[in-house]
Design a protein. Sequence first.
Length: 557
Amino acid sequence: MPNERKLKSHDLLAGPSRAPARAMLKAVGFTDDDLSKPIVGVANTWIEVMPCNFHLRRLSERVKAGIRAAGGTPIEYNTIAVSDGISMGTEGMKASLISREVIADSIELVARGHLFDGVVALSGCDKTIPGTVMALARLNLPSIMLYGGSIMPGKFQGHDVTIQDVFEAVGKHASGNMTDVELKDLEDHACPGPGACGGQFTANTMAIAFEFLGISPMGRNGVPAMDERKDDVAFECGKMVMDLISKDLRPRKIITRKSLENAIAAVATTGGSTNAVLHLLAIAKESGIKLSIDDFDRINRKVPLLADLKPGGRYAAADLYAAGGTTLVAKRLVDAGLLHTEQPTVTGCTIGEEAQRATEAAGQQVLRPLADPIKPTGGLVILKGNLAPEGCVVKVAGHSIMKFEGPAKVFDREEDAFAAVKAGRIKAGNVVVIRYEGPSGGPGMREMLGVTAAIVGAGLGDSVALLTDGRFSGATHGLMAGHVAPEAVRGGPIGAVKTGDIVTFDIAKRRLDVKLSQKEIAARLKKAKRPVSRYTVGVMAKYARHVSSASEGAVTT
């Protein structure tokens, strides 16, 4: 084990002057032997409100057992989580992205306050995943992030379903294409137990991204939540963090410019969530690494789309695990010459060495061979133009529309847009514009899955486009531009658009424009009346004052 100079916890616990600290820790069951060993924080995002994180208490016990087996002393502590899927479409969704900052802050504070020697962070729902890694990057202690794993698919009318199907069913039901009984049946069977949402939505996207970043052990995040092997993985991670402490291998040796590029490549080839742009920019910021929104488009142009995963494809995350998992994804990218193979990971092996361990299930159809990609380029593109001078993000996995032009239907709140879709006021050819929902304007940059799924469910997925300074769920598909920056509340051009203005998406040219002169845009913005925020005190108001642009990761540091 490391010598005393390497252990922060000795400043807290060693010597006669630290007798009061030891006395208090003995009150909760720790012994002299416990307190003489490396102290490892187990940062748990367990919460009872959602399936994504509900099982993390079970996994934390296995992590702690692994730490003890390897000669350390675990101390578990908890932080918050907000369910995107449950809060979606309500005022509560504004808390989701803000929770990422609170998660990072709270994990960091407890670890700093108690001088831990290492950390294992357990994540589940969308914002807990980047929130934990942001904290690990700040702390720069030997550490690992373990994702709790995906839910298994539900069964409805003889086929697999995910929560995406329920959101889209709301649109079908509203348009008269699904009965009350069918909707209730789907609701009752879509989510069969613990685990995060089952497609290549934000949770599974970030779980894969962080394996390729190296801060999670390759292949372990992808083990489904209720698979019996997940307990073994958790135990292994407990032992692994002790090895990291022994080797003094820290996050900032693992999180590098090249490993961030590896993570972006993984998102691109699996058709991952647009939220990955926001979160990887935030991780780069926390790690002191220069990364821009344009880097995502540059890498996306080189990387083929190989994974046939929901929401744009046919399969769920559990199917990718059965096919060969993320290690197989890494092997594909290595074979294509698209991975920085020398980058270290928390396993002690390079990502290239991890990729060589890949196995492939016979006859699997989830991950295409390099010779037969779904598309020659990846699933995310960055558009700029007079509507998005700082850029916006479009997910192109799951649709083939390269150009779209139509009259705008403008809404200043997500709820108003959703009501318009349900009432049949959105027609084929429209471009739905939802603004004042950005990081500061929302505040909190709500996801728009309720609206986007309703559009798809109403049969308009291929004939309506949408743009917003808010975000999209990883379950969103169709021609949707999110993270439009600058946002409306901070004077972005999206605030100048009026209903009837002609908006053009040009994917090939990477442009998002409104047919207005710069002079007209400036004149309209000068006259624009921005909504007054309902939040003047508390965490929401504080976030609105300090949050950066989406093009910079929407961070508060």
